[in-house]
Design a protein around this ligand. Structure first.
Ligand code: T3D
Length: 258
């Protein structure tokens, strides 16, 4: 069904693998659209309770395929509005946790892609390059939005202005990634992490995601009101009833994601 990505659901986790390893999984128009479609597919599928995004081969994603844009004359407005912006917005619209399993280099819009995920796990061989400036461009695909919110404005400006490579360990120190794992066991560790999230109360996690991101844009009063709305929704789920029952019966909860 997809040509530039692989999509597989296993034990509640939809694994999306960017699959152009010979080009460091660089974006083509088709890949932008297939990622958007795969996220929509995962959102609709009740069996999917966590999404894991990773790259085939040595890289996570090297940004736009520069072979497709050589010679100039790119219609950047159309390029971003039709391809990249809808893809990035779909990460927010997807009310399930999305993990980036950054197996290798994440550069340019590939770095923005990782930043758009809710949690980032890195192989010790991963690295991050805000490569836009190296080709005379500005961070796009949410790079100017996510990076300062995750690492602070001072570091974000430095990374964007210099285009210097950040190692996985440096990224961990900055809070840009949540965990670093040895390269040999990375895919298993990332899948195990995703499986843990996939047995938690998925509706509550979706509401946590929406409320916390909205909270970044709202004042305290608005956030309190939105939390109240979200709690009313979470409080009416089967998983909430199961969580309370399991606590009182002193047993492990069996959440169903509804
Ligand atoms: O018009 C527009 O551009 C609009 C687009 C906006 C969105 C963007 O993403 S702009 C940013 C685009 N990306 C880049 O500028 C990154 C370019 N790549 C690199 O800087 C480096 O390749 C990396 C830092 C990613 C990795 O470096 P390294 O030394 O580990 O690997 P390498 O040897 O440079 O690359 C390995 C192969 O992947 C190589 O192919 P080859 O020679 O083995 O056949 C290289 O050409 C290919 N590759 C890497 N990045 C891209 C790419 N091919 C096409 N497009 C790429 N972006």
């Amino acid at each position: 069904m997809y040509e530039t990505i692989l999509y597989e659901v296993t034990e509640g986790v939809a694994v999306i693998t960017l699959n152009r390893p010979e080009k460091f999984n660089a974006f083509t128009e088709q890949m932008n659209k297939e990622i958007t479609a795969a996220l929509k597919q995962a959102q609709k599928d009740a069996d999917v309770r966590c999404i894991l995004l990773t790259g085939a081969g040595r890289a996570f994603n090297a940004g736009q395929d520069l072979g497709d844009v050589q010679g100039g004359g790119v219609d950047f407005g159309g390029f971003l509005r039709n391809r990249y912006n809808p893809m990035i917005l779909q990460f927010r619209k997807t009310e399930k946790p999305i993990i980036a399993a950054v197996n290798g280099v994440a550069a340019g819009a590939g770095m923005s892609l990782a930043l758009a995920c809710d949690i980032r796990l890195a192989s010790e061989k991963a690295s991050f390059v805000n490569a836009f400036v190296n080709i005379g461009l500005v961070p796009d695909s949410g790079g100017c939005y996510f990076l300062p919110r995750i690492v602070g404005i001072g570091k974000a400006l430095e990374l964007a202005m210099t285009g210097e490579k950040l190692s996985a360990e440096e990224a961990l120190k900055l809070g840009l990634v949540n965990q670093v794992y040895p390269a040999d066991s990375f895919q298993e560790e990332a899948l195990a992490y995703a499986r843990k999230l996939a047995v938690l109360p998925t509706r509550a996690i979706g509401l946590i995601k929406r409320t916390m991101y909205k909270g970044l844009e709202m004042d305290l009063e608005e956030t309190l009101e939105y939390e109240t709305y979200a709690q009313e929704a979470a409080g009416s789920t089967e998983d909430h009833r199961e969580g309370v029952a399991a606590f009182l019966e002193k047993r492990a909860p069996r959440f169903q994601g509804r």
